[in-house]
Ligand binder design. Structure first.
Ligand code: ADP
Ligand code: MG
Length: 275
């Protein structure tokens, strides 16, 4: 096995994807540091989802390569990538709406162990599986919801369950494509806290539109524009970059401020209700 030469869990070298002559991802060199939460941001159509599809091998790059722990995984199949520990949330975790919450986590655990017939014959192992499923549910704040039918969970809690089923396969690198999309502020802060919590022993690469979330979570940010990397750095560095402000954050930075104000107002309101 090749030893990683640096502390980068994932690298892309000159990664490029063209669709019928249109270059959606253009010569992208990503370096994702182990243990980081790394955010990929940029305006609609910048190529973020295409990058994710390349990393999980749903798409084959036109040119360029992908290295995971120093190994070239460019020509591997999606299932092999997943087995290596690169898991996209909501990819592997087909959450079954009419099963209970804990049943869904058990299925994810079972998937990880493989469907060995012998595995299922031992009651002891089944109990251990239940314990592990419950543990994962506690981890994502769903401890009390284990017997709830999944379809009855509120939206933010469903995302938490999807994260639990992703955690079940113990990914080394977790890919999250817009985890807070379409959420109200309460669910956004629930999922933000959750991502912070589960990031402890792993690396997370996330696409996120909500810059307030990015500012809270990301150790490092890559800004994509028209398929190419515009700049990289910490939130402060990136948000101070005039090109970024012009291209993307001019309005978005204001949105962060608006979001902060909104959250403050919401908190005040909650306090009123309590009082
Ligand atoms: N399968 C495809 N065929 C043709 N064009 C595509 C395909 N997938 C994405 N694109 C184009 O590539 C560009 C980047 O898309 P995408 O990666 O979805 O951007 P983002 O996620 O940053 O909004 C867009 O212009 C989109 O229309
Ligand atoms: Mg997208």
């Amino acid at each position: 096995m090749t030893q990683p030469t640096q502390d980068f869990i994932l690298e892309t070298r000159n990664l490029t994807k063209a669709f019928k002559g249109f270059t959606a991802v253009d010569d992208v060199n990503l370096n994702i540091q182990r243990g980081h939460i790394h955010a990929l941001i940029g305006p609609n159509g910048a190529g973020k989802t295409t990058v994710f599809n390349l990393l999980t091998k749903f798409l084959q790059p036109t040119t360029g390569s992908i290295l995971f722990n120093g190994d070239d995984i460019t020509s591997m199949k999606p299932a092999a990538i997943a087995r290596k520990g690169v898991i996209r949330s909501f990819q592997i975790s087909a959450v079954f709406p009419h099963l209970t919450v804990i049943e869904n986590v058990r299925i994810a655990l079972q998937r990880k162990e493989g469907n060995s017939f012998h595995f299922w014959r031992s009651e002891k192992i089944l109990n251990r599986l239940n314990d592990r499923a419950q543990e994962l549910l506690e981890q994502v704040g769903l401890g009390k919801f284990s017997d709830t039918i999944t379809v009855d969970l509120p939206y933010g809690r469903k995302r938490a369950l999807e994260i639990a089923t992703t955690l079940a396969v113990e990914p080394e690198l977790m890919l999250l494509d817009e985890p807070t999309q379409g959420m109200g502020h309460e669910d956004v802060s629930l999922v933000t806290d959750l991502i912070k919590k589960v990031s402890k022993d792993r690396t997370i690469l996330m696409v996120e539109h909500n810059l307030h979330v990015v500012s809270e979570l990301a150790d490092r940010i890559t800004v994509l524009q028209r398929g190419a990397i515009l700049t990289e750095g910490t939130y402060d560095q990136v948000s101070a970059n005039p090109q970024v402000r012009e291209a993307y954050m001019g309005t978005a930075a204001d949105e962060v401020e608006a979001e902060n104000a909104k959250q403050a107002a919401a908190q005040e309101k909650d306090t009123e209700v309590v009082a």
